[in-house]
Design a protein around this ligand. Structure first.
Ligand SMILES: NC(=O)c1ccc[n+]([C@@H]2O[C@H](COP(=O)([O-])OP(=O)(O)OC[C@H]3O[C@@H](n4cnc5c(N)ncnc54)[C@H](OP(=O)(O)O)[C@@H]3O)[C@@H](O)[C@H]2O)c1
Length: 398
């Protein structure tokens, strides 16, 4: 199973991590049990938002040393950490199979027992000796980063609306919000055609699906009203749906469709939200492409430029409304490939989703990509139109 098949990476182990857990417990990995393990842990992820400390312990290399230290630490101090659930669930699932039961009930007898007992003791002692300095090191890293940690726990119990929730950035925003305990109103084009693995989202996930084809004028407010969604119940609206049509700038239909999805659908939503008394925050997903033209997708860049300027104007006109304008930089998705220069310039999409959630919860007004990417774009903008055309054509492999 690939990395992307997991809905909740902090809760669900990769296949490699699962096999490490099996080795740790003296069990043989089984693909069918791994699938059941993922489904079980997805349910736990929804039920138990992680504390910042527990989340911090999930970051970085999750190798054998990590597992070994976490086994001891979670047994003693953090019984609700995902690793504890991994270990317990793997034991429970394997015990229900003939092979797993045989492996678990294998015990040394006779002389082998006297040899095994001190080995077990030594193993636990070794684990403790390893775990203490490792934990101190992680605690130091946590303390140093604590200052910048966003209060994402504030999302617990809140309602987050996400457009474009079927895939790409919208999907990751929805999953991150769910993982932090939020309820989600997920706007998708067609509920019946959700790409895998979203169709494996637990049935009790607090998600209200709303179908709307944003290319049709007025579709989003109509669909929200038909679904009985009340603007006042939405705390954060993350408008991530977007379309990038490959067409000449003279193709009126392509430019019009792009503007409808990337700009007007957002204007329509904001109008409905404001008129219905919604008090929450808006996040508009624009693009660094709004700073320059682009051969082949000029309509997209123009629509994003309009979106950024419009978003700024919303806040100027409706002074009580806080609007976050996101220019996220490159990340792999249906819109942008993960190979060549694009892949090299990309940042992990889940990381982008987390940053957007943090920014909107904090009430920030703008969110840009890592500084080096922003300076690269602005530097290119200073370089003149001919240079831009050459570099950007090469970048899209055209
Ligand atoms: N990828 C990047 O590097 C990058 C950089 C800067 C900004 N962005 C922005 O980030 C946002 C997310 O893009 P992404 O990269 O995640 O792209 P993506 O994988 O192509 O996802 C686009 C999403 O928008 C939805 N959408 C498109 N047209 C729609 C319509 N007519 N009605 C309803 N939903 C529609 C899609 O739904 P369907 O599955 O139904 O098509 C999909 O969920 C976009 O606003 C994009 O402009 C992306």
């Amino acid at each position: 199973m690939s990395e992307d098949a997991r809905l909740f990476p902090n809760w669900q182990p990769t296949w490699a991590e699962y096999t490490a857990v099996c080795r740790h417990l003296g069990l043989s990995p089984q693909p069918s049990l791994y699938a059941r393990l993922l489904a079980h842990l997805a349910g736990q992820a929804l039920a138990r938002p992680l504390s910042p400390w527990a989340r911090h312990l999930c970051t970085g290399q999750r190798g054998r040393l990590w597992l070994c230290c976490m086994d001891l630490y979670t047994r003693l101090f953090l019984p609700t950490h995902p690793v504890r659930y991994w270990l317990n669930a793997v034991l429970a699932l394997h015990e229900c199979t003939a092979q797993g039961h045989a492996e678990l009930s294998r015990v040394p007898r006779g002389r082998a027992l006297w040899l095994t007992l001190p080995l077990w003791g030594l193993r636990t002692l070794g684990q403790a000796i390893l775990a203490m300095p490792w934990l101190a090191w992680r605690a130091l890293g946590y303390a140093l980063r604590l200052r910048w940690r966003a209060p994402l726990q504030r999302l617990t119990g809140r309602c987050v609306l996400v457009t474009g929730a079927a895939r790409g950035l919208g999907r990751d925003l929805m999953l991150a919000a769910l993982e932090h305990g939020a309820r989600v109103v997920a706007v998708v084009r067609a509920r019946d055609h959700l790409p895998a693995p979203l169709d494996t989202l637990p049935a009790r996930a607090p998600v209200t699906w709303v179908e709307a084809d944003l290319a049709l004028p007025g579709a989003l407010p109509r669909a929200l009203a038909a679904a009985g969604i009340e603007a006042r119940t939405i705390d954060y609206a993350l408008l991530a749906a977007g379309v990038k049509v490959q067409a000449t700038v003279l193709n009126v239909e392509a430019v019009r469709q792009t503007f409808q999805v990337d700009l007007f659908a957002n204007v329509e939503f904001a109008g409905w939200y404001h008129a219905q008394g919604g008090q929450g925050r808006l996040a508009l997903v624009s693009s660094m492409g709004r700073w320059h033209g682009m051969p082949g997708t000029g309509g997209y860049n123009a629509a994003k430029a309009a979106l950024s300027i419009w978003g700024e104007s919303v806040e100027m006109e409706l002074t009580s409304r806080r609007v976050l304008i996101v220019e996220p930089g490159l990340f792999a998705s249906g819109m942008v490939g993960s190979r060549g220069l694009q892949g090299w310039l990309s940042v992990p999409r889940r990381q982008v989703a987390e940053r957007i959630l943090q920014a909107v919860v904090r009430g920030r007004r703008s969110l840009r990509p890592p500084l080096w990417f922003a300076w690269l774009t602005w530097g290119l903008c200073l370089g003149g139109r001919a240079l831009r055309a050459r570099v950007l054509t090469a970048a899209r492999g055209g």
